[in-house]
Write a protein that binds this ligand. Structure first.
Ligand SMILES: Nc1ncnc2c1ncn2[C@@H]1O[C@H](COP(=O)(O)OP(=O)(O)OP(=O)(O)O)[C@@H](O)[C@H]1O
Length: 335
């Protein structure tokens, strides 16, 4: 378990961390998710000991490590731009931490081979970092961070510099690696899809504070506030309320009216189709509210779009299928 209590970090007048409390359970893969500048890296680096807090306590496995140097915190760290030793082979890079700990050579070789197997780099032992792709280099970085059996693995946008396809592959792979190794992992990302995909818990950060912590499903289904709702998935505004585009039903008058009770009943909005964008299986429909002139977006299946014959200029009727589940409270207990 990692526990951060009352963490504050200021840069001049600017509060990068503004009284942050968080508990990260042992064996979890927790994502710190938030926009640029929200304090994710500062929090991660404080857990690593690379940043000194102005106030607050960091505990790892019950021990107060607030004043302990990074080297003695028993952590593995991977950055976006991993600084590999260029003159060393993959084997030597991964073995580095074990070598300086003076482990026996046979043990080092066994461990390095095992790790390279886990990260899918078997057979790459003799290559140099320059002979690896970006994705392979990040996997080598993970193997190196894991080599010394850290209590905690800290990842700061580890896939940030890679293209979308490689990122997606590495996500799946990180998830599998975590299921195998179970090391308590904290991943910093600004990419909600990445967080939803790999993490079992997500802490949403905004302006140096934690807005909400929970499972991906909790956060998506029961966001504590508009910020969390907008950050986890797309949102649209229908008659002043935030709604997920998937949760907007479209219909021609009679069908939707039958569905909703009577024509013109509360909650049915007349709208004009502005644009229809085909996104593969789904279709994004950009609409204008006939009463308010506000633009909003619905997302429907290709089949529904075809059945409705959606085209720019057409009039349709929209209804939110669910009330957005926004409770009164804006904060949720942590842990
Ligand atoms: N050494 C520093 N000196 C001054 N300001 C800093 C320093 N480090 C970070 N900051 C500021 O603190 C804020 C939080 O930075 P941090 O890197 O934690 O954000 P982040 O959420 O990780 O964002 P990003 O995704 O862009 O890295 C930012 O506004 C940043 O400009």
């Amino acid at each position: 378990m990692i526990t951060v209590t009352g963490a504050r970090k200021n840069y001049g007048d600017f509060a990068a961390l503004d009284d942050v409390d968080i508990e990260i359970p042992s064996g979890s893969l927790t994502a710190l998710l938030g926009p640029s500048g929200s304090g994710k890296s500062t929090l991660l680096r404080s857990i690593a000991g690379l940043e000194t807090l102005d106030d607050g306590i960091v505990r790892i496995g019950g021990d107060d490590v607030t004043g302990v140097t990074p080297q003695k915190r028993d952590i593995g760290f991977v950055f976006q731009h991993y600084a590999a030793f260029k003159h060393m082979t993959v084997r030597e890079n991964v073995a580095f931490g074990l070598k300086i700990r003076k482990r026996p050579k046979t043990e080092i070789n066994r461990r390095v081979d095992e790790l390279l197997g886990i990260v899918g780099l078997d057979g790459f032992q003799q290559r140099y970092p320059a002979q690896l792709s970006g994705g392979q280099r990040q996997r080598m970085a993970l193997a190196r961070a894991l080599a010394v059996d850290p209590k905690v693995l800290l990842l700061d946008e580890p896939f940030g510099a890679l293209d979308a396809k490689v990122r997606a592959d590495l996500r799946t792979w990180l998830r599998r690696l975590h299921d195998e190794v179970h090391v308590t992992t904290v991943l910093v990302t600004h990419d909600q899809e990445e967080a939803l995909d790999v993490a079992d818990r997500i802490a949403v950060m905004n302006r140096g504070r934690i807005e909400q912590v929970g499972t991906p499903q909790d956060l998506y289904d029961r966001p504590a506030n508009d910020f969390v709702m907008s950050f986890l998935g797309s949102v649209s505004k229908l008659n002043g309320k935030l709604v997920r585009p998937h949760d907007i039903r479209l219909g021609r008058e009679s069908a939707l009216a039958r569905d909703a009770g009577t024509a013109g009943s509360v909650g049915i909005t007349r709208a004009t189709v502005e644009r229809v964008v085909h996104l593969g299986f789904e279709v994004r429909v950009e609409l204008r509210n006939a009463a308010t002139g506000e633009d909003f977006t619905a997302q429907v299946t290709r089949g529904d779009a075809r059945a409705l014959g959606l085209a720019p200029g057409e009039t349709v009727y929209a209804r939110a299928t669910e009330e957005p589940a926004l409770p009164e409270t804006t904060r949720v207990p942590i842990g």
